[in-house]
Design a binder for this molecule. Structure first.
Ligand code: SAH
Ligand code: SF4
Length: 367
């Protein structure tokens, strides 16, 4: 880093390309010359329940030092849309003005646990035809400090007030395995015992089937839970709605999941978006169960009726068909949950995360 030795020699953080304060491990804070305990500084940064007035309580000496070597800005919550089901959709602005979204989903009444649905990229490059995020294309990857900062900003605003009450799912904007290096650093920071201390059993990374990423993540430590968005049961249909399938087809994907090798206490999750008239027949259920094969022993299968939005003409099947599809799978040994997406009334549900403005601009640019 080419910064001067005296504070007044240093360029302002926002112009200096400094690392995010939230992307640094205690030993890295120490290596940068932390004038106090690096572990204690890390603890104060990463535990929003100890913050004062929405910011870490660092003490003026440490704060001054840190401002010289790191960027202390967090994603800024610019919009909150509470939904009738208790979920809140949040829009967060990053330092460069780009916007991401997260959803805060408390469990039932009297249960302090909260699930966050998080973004890993601004937009997404995968182009799935049923997905609103896919329709906006990719703008950029999130940095590790932004991925983690998203959690800290939402936590400081809406709780819960302890890390062990959090469950995190990377099912917001983006293909997490397309940004694996940054994602993994963020996950390691989230698991640090002096920070949020979130166990890997409570972090789920959902992928559209980026096999190269699945194979890399399989070997990383620590390793979060994996969810796979299947969404079709023939290569022809899957390649039509999910372009990633043209590179890694169903057989190749199945091979990658075999190689994943479930450890004790791990489960694979499968997501299947039900699209009326596209992937919701009994023959689809039959093929889906056959494709899962012996993976049926340790899995959850989430059926998600299509959340309709303006960027796609797919519709959700009627209630009776959703129920029938679930029954067909159960009869074939699958553990099925129908996921009524939360936050539907505020467009915060799966596949609906897109800025209205971007969508509008895109349509204009497409004539
Ligand atoms: N990119 C990752 C994670 C984000 S998408 C992935 O694709 O897995 C999270 C989930 O939302 C995926 O299972 C995806 O299939 C689903 N999804 C996308 N668009 C949807 C829509 N319109 N309705 C319901 N679910 C949708
Ligand atoms: Fe990207 Fe997932 Fe949407 Fe596909 S479903 S476009 S991978 S966010």
């Amino acid at each position: 880093m080419t910064v001067g030795s005296m504070p007044w020699d240093r360029p302002a953080p926002e112009r200096a390309g400094l690392p995010s304060a939230w992307s640094l491990f205690p030993e890295e804070l120490a290596a940068l010359g932390c004038p106090g305990s690096a572990l204690e500084t890390f603890r104060r940064l990463h535990r929003p329940w100890t913050w004062k007035d929405g910011a870490p309580d660092l003490g003026s000496g440490i704060r001054r030092w840190l401002e010289g070597v790191a960027d202390l800005r967090l994603p800024r919550i610019v919009e909150q849309q509470p939904s009738a089901d208790g979920a809140t959709k949040l829009a967060l602005d990053l330092a460069d003005g780009k916007r991401i979204e997260a959803v805060h989903m408390p469990r039932k009444v009297r249960n302090p646990r909260v699930t966050y649905c998080l973004s890993s990229q601004v937009g997404c490059a995968m182009g799935c035809t049923f997905c609103a995020t896919g329709s906006m294309g990719i703008l950029r990857n999130l940095q590790p400090g932004e991925i983690l900062g998203q959690v800290l900003a939402v936590m400081a605003e809406l709780g819960p007030d302890r890390g062990h009450l959090l469950t995190l799912v990377f099912m917001g904007m983006g293909e997490p395995l397309h940004n694996l290096e940054h994602l993994h650093r963020a996950i390691r920071l989230m698991g640090h015992p002096a920070g949020l201390g979130i166990g890997m059993g409570r972090i789920t990374v959902s992928t559209s089937g980026l096999v190269s990423g699945i194979e890399k993540l399989a070997k990383l430590e620590p390793r979060p839970m994996l969810a796979l968005s299947l969404n079709a049961t023939t290569d022809e249909a899957r390649s039509r709605t999910m372009p990633v399938n043209r590179v890694w087809d169903l057989a190749r994907l199945r091979q990658a999941l075999d190689a994943w090798g479930l450890k004790r206490g791990e489960k694979l999750t499968f997501e299947y978006v039900l699209l009326a008239g596209e992937n919701d027949t009994e023959a689809d259920a039959e093929r889906l169960a056959a494709w899962l094969g012996d993976l049926r022993r340790g899995h959850n299968l989430n059926l998600i009726p299509m959340n309709e939005h303006d960027a796609s003409s797919f519709r959700q099947p009627g209630e009776a068909r959703v129920q029938a599809f679930s029954d067909w799978l159960k009869a074939r040994g699958c553990f099925v949950t129908v996921r009524r997406s939360r936050g539907r009334d505020v467009q915060g549900a799966c596949g609906q995360l897109v800025k209205g403005k971007d969508l509008h601009e895109r349509r204009i640019s497409h004539g």
